[in-house]
Design a binder for this molecule. Structure first.
Ligand code: MTE
Ligand code: MO
Length: 415
């Protein structure tokens, strides 16, 4: 094997040298084995001897991929995306995270109606068929529960021994498309004084939030499509409010009513839930934006590196404010940082994929990533984040994650 002179400090390989030496690194350290009988060792698989199966009307993943699944909480209220098995920035609909306060309602789209009323010139009613005729907007964007990573936020000195999926899996990425709310509000005509809109879902718990009218006139959509197909029931079929970059719970699913009002309604979902407690005990309300955040998804918690040598670190970064500018990675507990490679497209308010070639020496390594968005927003350290809120506060955790690689290759979550 060619001697690798280009090894940068901390075990990172610069990208150009990786391309040059990559092939030899892989052969020396990764999977391929040399065929015993040379060309004669090439096998003919059974699958080539008889015709294969018929196709399905709706396709399914390979039966050999059963381990790729969501982690569903025992009460059914939440399901976590297996981020540590995902590549790219799109989550398959069946693996999208779920958060449901009162279960998933079964809605017949022919009976479902969306009302716009309150401080409007006209009260309007829309069916799915009506909405389907409007122009659609949207794009590839993330959706994140504000409670994502709450286990990190609420832990004491000891970091919880959990996987990346269990800690970070309440975020997913999809192409969301639907009707701009702006068009519907303009059609209804907003009366003077109409500043907020109470948006209500048609599930049993009457999930409702007050949304400032500026956001609804900006990039909000009534989403009808997710990754090219109609929404899944768990994601709000037949229609949901989608607010790019804003906290998950405001993206009201199974939306049925939008009432234009003068002031926020202080619904239970914005007074009791989804507020943060500050160190002096006062309550911070209306934290709409999801802050800049990132995590190394492989290798990550509860995985094991089989041997020392070459690995590609792989991770996700996102910001509710806009685009990711750059991501830096460290393997020495934050002493030195190295720019990761960003894999396009870099989209606004979207998951963004980053990678960095890395050589594991076999010693203890502490892997971290920190993202910066186009407005210069940065991630705090765990301690910095904790000091901003009173103990027990758990929403909007976005601190730098640390995975520790032990000498036996085992990876765990540490603070
Ligand atoms: N009607 C309704 N909308 C809802 C909820 C709900 O329980 N009912 N859960 C909210 C929460 S807490 C989150 S994080 C997101 C989750 O969306 P998803 O299940 O499509 O991932 O939906 C939000 N919208
Ligand atoms: Mo949520």
């Amino acid at each position: 094997m060619k001697k690798n002179n280009s090894k940068s400090s901390g075990g990172f390989l610069d990208r150009r040298s990786f391309i040059k030496t990559g092939a030899s690194l892989l052969t020396a350290l990764a999977a391929p084995s040399v065929l015993a009988g040379g060309d004669k060792g090439i096998k003919v698989p059974d699958a080539m001897l008889i015709p294969g199966a018929f196709d399905d009307e709706y396709g399914k993943p390979s039966g050999y991929e059963k381990a790729v699944k969501r982690l569903v909480m025992p009460n059914g209220n939440a399901a976590f995306t297996p981020l540590d098995r995902q590549r790219g920035i799109i989550t398959p609909p069946g693996l999208h995270f779920g958060a449901h306060h009162s279960g998933i309602p079964t809605i017949n789209p022919e009976e479902h109606e969306l009302y716009i009323h309150g401080l409007t010139e006209k009260a309007l009613r829309f069916t799915l068929e009506d909405l389907a005729r409007y122009p659609h907007e949207g794009g590839v964007m993330f959706l994140e529960c504000s409670g994502n990573t709450w286990l990190q936020a609420t832990s004491g000195e000891q970091a919880p021994d959990k996987s990346c999926a269990e800690l970070y899996g309440l975020v997913s990425g999809s192409e969301w498309l639907g009707v701009p709310v702006r068009l519907l509000l303009e059609e209804a005509g907003i009366k003077p004084g109409g500043k907020w809109v109470i948006v209500e879902g048609s599930d049993a718990g009457t999930h409702a939030r007050s949304i400032p009218i500026e956001k609804l006139l900006d990039d909000a959509i009534i989403a009808l499509y997710q990754n090219g197909e109609r929404l899944r029931p768990a994601q709000g079929y037949p229609m949901r409010l989608f607010l790019p970059g804003w906290e998950g719970n405001m993206n009201v699913k199974w939306v049925r009513r939008m009432e234009v009002v003068e002031a926020p309604a202080f619904t239970k979902d914005e007074s009791r839930a989804y507020t943060e407690t500050l160190p002096d005990g006062s309550i911070e309300q209306f934290s709409f934006y999801m802050g800049v955040k990132s995590v190394i998804t492989t290798p990550s918690g509860q995985q094991k590196l089989p041997a020392k040598g070459f690995y590609e670190l792989n991770g996700l970064a996102w910001s509710g404010f806009g685009k990711i500018s750059y991501v830096e990675v460290s393997d020495d507990d934050g002493k030195t940082w190295h720019k990761a490679q960003i894999h396009g497209p870099v989209l606004t308010k979207s998951l963004t994929r980053f990678t960095l070639p890395w050589q594991w020496s076999g010693n203890i390594a502490r892997l971290q990533s920190r993202a910066v968005d186009e407005f210069g927003n940065r991630q705090p350290s765990h301690q910095e984040w904790k000091s901003k809120y009173l103990d027990g506060s758990y929403n909007h955790y976005n601190a730098i994650q640390t995975w520790e690689v032990a000498k036996d290759g085992g990876i765990s979550n540490v603070f």
